[in-house]
Design a protein around this ligand. Structure first.
Ligand SMILES: [Zn+2]
Ligand SMILES: [Zn+2]
Length: 255
């Protein structure tokens, strides 16, 4: 089953044509998608969008790049995570690329999200950029391995991927693997075990080749799956099956 493990239906580009986006997604054979929350503002709409649409699930969390006026605590995140169709906590993590130190607030927020995931028993969606070492360190210190999760939009090395897999995390590949410059990442994607990989769009960002530069949407996760099949010498159907099975298993979705 082809599933987009990470997209943002409630960002303006997708929200403006939600019916069309869903129609094109289903026409492309993408049966399910995970709608990711990123801020105190989109947290409730993201969950409501999932509740209103079959095959769409939601997460609750505050993105590491968002400087918020108020910071949700563990109890607040856990309460939101109890809503119907919420399957994970995030996206959370660290991003040292866009923002500069002092980033104690970002690390504190990440710890809060891991604690909320452990308390709610729901896996984490982790964003890491220019911060892999600290991300893995905090994951270990906070025992993220108790719930597992996804390293989303993965762009790190094979060593980082293996360290995350050892903690019970899956590695999710986005349209970045179709970009000309991403040969190192393609080599990582070619070597990971079948039971460790997912595919995602991170739409509306990161449209894959041949749509690069446009506003991305869940339908185009099919391009990511097709390229993964080529890299790994496997059939496209096989990639759909393993990435779909991995998603349903991780998020404890039974049918
Ligand atoms: Zn992200
Ligand atoms: Zn995202």
């Amino acid at each position: 089953m082809l599933i987009d493990s990470h997209c943002h239906f409630c960002f303006p580009d997708l929200q403006a044509d939600a019916a069309g986006v869903l129609e094109r997604m289903h026409a492309a054979g993408v049966e399910r998608a995970l709608n990711i929350s990123t801020s105190t503002t989109d947290l409730v709409p993201v969950v409501e969008f999932a509740q209103a649409h079959e095959g769409i699930y939601a997460t609750v969390g505050i993105h590491p790049d968002n400087e918020e006026a108020s910071e949700p605590d563990v109890a607040t995140l856990v309460r939101h995570a109890r809503a119907d169709k919420v399957v994970g906590i995030g996206e959370t993590g660290l991003d040292y690329y866009r923002l500069r130190e002092p980033l104690d607030w970002q690390r504190d927020r990440f710890r809060t999200h891991i604690r909320a995931a452990r308390e709610s028993g729901k896996p984490l969606i982790i964003h890491t950029r220019s911060s892999a070492e600290d991300t893995l360190r905090i994951m270990r210190e906070e025992r993220a391995q108790d719930v597992g999760g996804v390293m989303h939009c993965f762009t790190e090395t094979a060593d980082v991927a293996r360290a995350a897999i050892d903690l019970g995390f899956l590695i999710s590949f986005s349209g970045i693997i179709t970009f000309k410059s991403a040969s190192d990442l393609r080599a990582v994607a070619a070597q990971l075990p079948d039971n460790a990989i997912l595919v995602e769009t991170d739409s509306p960002f990161l449209a894959p080749v041949p749509h690069r530069g446009k506003s991305n949407e869940p339908a185009w996760v099919a391009h990511v799956a097709t390229l993964l099949a080529q890299l790994r010498g496997q059939s496209v159907d096989h990639i759909h099956k393993i990435t779909g099975d991995n998603f349903l298993r991780l998020f404890n979705i039974l049918n």
